[in-house]
Design a protein around this ligand. Structure first.
Ligand code: T4K
Length: 381
């Protein structure tokens, strides 16, 4: 039985509930007007509100972040090789592949868990056309260094900001860097539309092309100008987003308190390190990740996996985001850049990182159970 239908299970994420009365109104309006898709009024309302709240010049709404990433890369005409991190969800390298380019994996910074700019620069070849960096867990990449590399080598820079809705650097939203950024609004994300993605572009021409590509390649006169797909956000997705929005601030506040409680109760546990962001970065509060160090025992699980299993035996379901590394997937592991010796920091992150349950529904009792179980760490292996 999936975790999320089990009563009393403490899950890694829990969708923010929509304002039900508002959602019912939107559904009634959809029925009355018979408008369910193709840039309807709810799509436009959500686009407007996001444009304003994200301080974004140009926002395109998609059926998923994966579709938005593929489309952004196609709109930028990437080809050849695209440098990316292996420590991410499958969607990142898959989007590069679907856009017709080859992912080239570069190692991450051990502490920040985001692409190491020096390793990115070392991976550039004459075939490189772009960098796709990931604001992992909602923490910010070294955006200035990546922009500098992209500018010097005339590469496109795209940020997979799937986890970073709300992440700011010195008060500026992360999508202000790079050519394009993509947020995910999947049900597991703090702000969600069930399924969905939000593309923010710096350049109007690229945004217009992305919007054309997501709508069969049709121009404004309805004639196809190029081969596109259908990855538009529907009215029901937009309705859900508009009804979830009023509850996002309260969820953020609950997660802020939960993060403080975790930091306090976990700080003294040997072999466990929670992430404290630099003061200039405001976190999206998407995930709460800890590093459980410790080598694997000869025959048993790693300390991280032993922790995961111990929590699960108490119906508390943390997640190994992201294990295995993308570079270990069967279709990528023969790439020269996927060699394990090339990616030591990413390999250790995949073996040591654990995302704890992180949402407003984690009760005080669950918090103390988690702290108590993690306190048993040194007895685990
Ligand atoms: N880039 C990065 C770095 C990403 O992490 C992702 C997606 C993407 C790109 C692509 O974004 P999208 O194309 O999906 O917009 C989940 C999500 O499906 C995926 O969106 C997410 N990242 C990835 C990290 O996690 P699973 O397989 O872990 O999902 P699942 O069903 O186990 O759900 C996780 C938890 O969320 C559950 O314990 C309970 C909660 N949940 C889930 C669903 C589906 C709910 O509360 N309600 C729900 O309806 O993949």
């Amino acid at each position: 039985m999936p975790e999320y239908v089990q009563p009393d299970a403490v899950l890694v994420a829990r969708s923010v509930a929509p304002d039900e009365a508002l959602l019912a109104e939107y559904i009634a309006e959809m029925s009355r007007t018979s408008r369910f898709s193709n840039y309807g009024p709810l799509h436009e309302a959500l686009r407007d509100v996001l444009q304003r709240s994200l301080l974004a010049d140009r926002v395109c709404l998609f059926s998923s972040a994966t579709a938005a990433l593929v489309t952004a890369l196609r709109a930028l005409d990437v080809s050849g090789e695209v440098i990316t991190t292996p420590f991410t969800f499958a969607a990142t390298p898959h989007a590069i592949t679907w856009a017709g380019a080859q992912p080239v994996f570069a190692d991450i910074d051990r502490a920040a868990l985001t692409l190491d700019p020096a390793r990115v620069e070392a991976a550039i070849t004459p075939r490189t056309t772009a960098i796709v960096a990931v604001h992992i867990y909602g923490m910010a990449c070294d955006v200035a260094a990546l922009e500098d590399i992209a500018a010097r080598h005339r590469l496109h820079l795209v940020f997979d900001a799937a986890h970073a809705f709300g992440t700011c650097i010195n008060g500026t939203p992360v999508h202000r860097w790079g050519d394009a950024s993509v947020y995910s609004t999947h049900a597991s994300k703090l702000f969600h539309t069930g399924e969905g993605g939000v593309l923010v572009c710096r350049d109007d021409v690229i945004a217009q092309r992305a919007e054309r590509l997501q709508n069969f390649g049709l121009d404004t006169d309805g004639v196809p100008a190029e081969a596109g797909v259908n990855s538009k956000m529907s009215e029901i997705q937009a309705a859900l987003g508009l009804s979830v929005l009023p509850n996002v601030a309260a969820e953020r506040a609950a997660r802020r308190l939960l993060a403080q409680a975790y930091l306090q109760s976990l700080s003294s546990i040997a072999g466990l390190k929670a992430f404290v962001l630099p003061a200039h970065v405001e976190h999206s509060l998407q995930y709460f990740a800890v590093r459980v160090s410790g080598a694997a025992t000869r025959d048993g699980p790693t300390r991280r996996d032993a922790t995961l299993n111990l929590l699960a035996s108490h119906n508390i379901h943390a997640r190994r985001y992201f294990y295995p590394l993308c570079s270990e997937f069967p279709h990528y592991r023969t790439l020269p850049s996927a060699q394990r010796g090339n990616l030591p920091n990413a390999l250790s992150a995949a073996e040591e990182m654990l995302c704890l349950p992180f949402h407003g529904g984690v009760s005080v009792a669950a918090q103390s159970a988690i702290a108590k179980l993690l306190g048993l760490l040194d007895k685990l292996t």
